[in-house]
Design a protein around this ligand. Structure first.
Ligand code: F6R
Length: 240
């Protein structure tokens, strides 16, 4: 696991974007595994800037996102589908037909998980971008999730509901469930990029990089992957 410590969120975002841009330049048909949340927003802004200034093209790129809230349609402004369009897809030349997320509004969640797992078999991520939960979750794989899990229905923990409530009008509006890639789907990526910032993530970063490999801290599984780059600011790295 390569750990790159940056001065701040801005530098973390620049470095992370450059890593993704290099992958797309080397392989214009790359498959990007993407995440939502606060951590990758700056990364996506730098990718947009590069697209506009240097013309890096995403027209043949495919994307697979980690997760989606259950019950939200793609046009709901708190859905991850909406997040991806407004924070990245609408500002680059990607074909929206090449972008994939689990469908949170699917009637049959089991079938939707099967569909997404089959899709991931065909679109192996050249890089999977991850944020890190303060409890060590990756995707919505909360502590205790088995390492051999594939896309599944998740009951969000109180901790995650609280963390995510900042983006909703009230905590009661935060969905209680999500569909998430499993840990096996994440580990199947050819390479993994974790972006983390802030003091509140320092314990989780320590567990991910140095702690015992245990489902109690899902991100610790990344120690078993041969190509992981962690780009974190110095606050997040403060306990390393
Ligand atoms: C998002 C996701 C989550 C977040 C994590 C960190 O698609 O799967 O695992 O990456 O909760 O969220 P932020 O970046 O908002 O701190």
């Amino acid at each position: 696991m390569q750990v790159i410590v940056t001065e701040n969120y801005a530098e973390m975002s620049e470095k992370a974007a450059q890593l993704i841009i290099d992958i797309v330049k080397n392989n214009p048909k790359a498959v990007l595994g993407l995440a939502t949340g606060s951590s990758p927003i700056g990364t996506y802004q730098n990718m947009i800037k590069d697209h506009k200034e240097n013309g890096t093209s995403y027209k043949d790129v495919h994307t697979v996102n980690l997760d989606e809230y259950v019950g939200l349609t793609a046009d709901h402004d708190q859905s991850y589908a909406y997040f991806m369009r407004t924070n990245l897809f609408d500002h680059i030349d990607i074909d929206l037909n090449n972008t994939n997320l689990p469908k949170g509004s699917a009637r049959c969640r089991g079938k939707e998980c099967d569909r997404y797992n089959a899709l991931l078999e065909n679109y192996k991520q050249d890089v999977q971008v991850l944020g890190l939960g303060s409890n060590g979750h990756i995707g919505f794989n909360e502590p205790g999730t088995p390492f051999d899990s594939v896309t599944h229905l998740v009951d969000l923990t109180e901790n995650t509901i609280k963390d995510n409530s900042r983006l909703f009008a009230s905590i009661d509006e935060v969905p209680r469930q999500a569909l998430s890639m499993g840990i096996k789907n994440i580990m199947n990526a050819k390479s993994i990029l974790v972006v983390v910032s802030g003091k509140n993530k320092a314990e989780a970063v320590k567990g991910m990089v140095k702690g015992p490999i245990t489902p109690d801290l899902p991100a610790s599984v990344l120690q078993l992957h041969p190509f992981v780059t962690v780009i974190c600011d110095k606050d997040a790295a403060s306990l390393l």
